[in-house]
Design a protein around this ligand. Structure first.
Ligand code: SF4
Length: 354
């Protein structure tokens, strides 16, 4: 059930929204509430026949199906190979146990000094702002992460920030999750208020897939709040395929751009979805048209249940060599890999060997 007003959701929140802003806030929440939450419902919406559904419906392996209507609207009805559908539809292959594909391949637990904080980069710390997302991506490296144990109340955020305040070198806070923009504006703004009290912090980075999967989340109140922040704000989108960017996504990016927010994108390189030079080139160009710079192209992690998406480093290097030949440098993302125990991403050069 959708609450009538913002105040009903967070009675403690002190954020005043005008009627137009309140309507915008309600609209994206309504859409989120209308998300599809089962493989069968997803396939039905895309007009698959009963017989096709019998073949396609697979066990969710404890990671629920979740896709908002705005994202489903960009899928091609009846196409089982649609690159957006493949990112959210559970596959039978997820049940196959594969050696080396494990539940915490990045060993993040060891960098988790207190619940809700991942502090493994010098000068930066990642705050788990939300325990949920607006979409469940089947390849997600945090699909086994114990979000429930990391759920944050306002008091717990204050504890996390008190811990981070002790680090004099901390210049940047990264809001991640889950998805920080899955928080309502009043809750998110309250967190920003706390972060902005840390004198050594200069930059705020928000990692979010919401601008892509639910572009109405980019409300005027959000843009205004971020524009008024004393921090430099960077938003890192997560977009894997040019088909994910429609006019509404482009408009959302435009709003963020007009609010002086630097826009970058990270893509996960995924077999069957975007491990193809033409697809990656089209994505870079489409992102740039929406004022977003391609930033990282991640090799997928060895996450249990995601082996069917895997792309080898050599394949990634070959693709990068082609991208470098066919795109201007500013449209070529950096190919990177996260490695357990390493406090920075490993940059992988394009392969120049024939
Ligand atoms: S939005 Fe990001 S964190 Fe959430 S399921 Fe997708 S990849 Fe994972």
């Amino acid at each position: 059930m959708i609450p009538e007003t913002v105040a009903q959701v967070e009675p403690h929140a002190q954020v005043m929204l005008n009627p137009e802003q309140d309507a915008e806030e309600q609209q994206w929440r309504q859409q989120l509430a209308q998300s599809v939450r089962s493989p069968k419902a997803l396939l039905q919406q895309l007009q698959f026949s009963d017989q096709q559904m019998q073949q396609l419906v697979a066990d969710e392996q404890g990671f629920n199906t979740l896709a908002p209507p705005a994202y489903i609207a960009r899928m091609q009805p009846g196409n089982a190979q649609d690159p957006l559908l493949l990112q959210v539809l559970p596959q039978a292959a997820e049940a196959i146990a594969t050696p080396d594909f494990i539940t915490d391949p990045l060993a993040e637990a060891q960098f988790n000094p207190i619940p809700g904080v991942v502090h493994k980069y010098h000068g930066r710390a990642l705050l788990i702002a939300a325990g949920h997302c607006a979409i469940n991506c089947r390849y997600c490296f945090r699909r086994h992460y114990p979000y429930n144990e990391q759920q944050r109340s306002r008091k717990q955020w204050q504890d996390s920030l008190k811990h981070l305040a002790k680090d004099p070198y901390l210049e940047e806070i990264i809001l991640s999750g889950g998805d920080p923009l899955a928080l309502t504006n009043p809750v998110l703004f309250a967190l920003l208020d706390e972060i902005e009290k840390l004198p050594q912090v200069k930059r705020l980075r928000i990692h979010s897939r919401l601008p892509v999967v639910l572009p109405d989340r980019i409300t005027s109140a959000l843009c205004q709040r971020l524009q008024n922040s004393p921090l430099q704000v960077i938003m890192v989108l997560h977009c894997n395929h040019g088909q994910e960017i429609d006019d509404a996504v482009e408009q959302a990016c435009q709003k963020l751009h007009q609010a002086d927010i630097s826009l970058l994108n990270q893509t996960v390189l995924l077999n069957h979805i975007n491990a193809d030079a033409d697809v990656l080139i089209a994505l870079s160009k489409r992102l740039f048209k929406a004022r977003v710079l391609p930033y990282y192209l991640h090799l997928p992690d060895h996450v249990a249940g995601t082996q069917h998406f895997f792309v080898s480093p050599r394949q990634g290097q070959d693709l990068m060599a082609e991208l470098q030949t066919r795109l201007p440098g500013y449209l070529v993302p950096r190919l990177v890999k996260e490695e357990p125990g390493r406090a920075y991403k490993t940059l992988i050069a394009a392969c120049t060997l024939s």
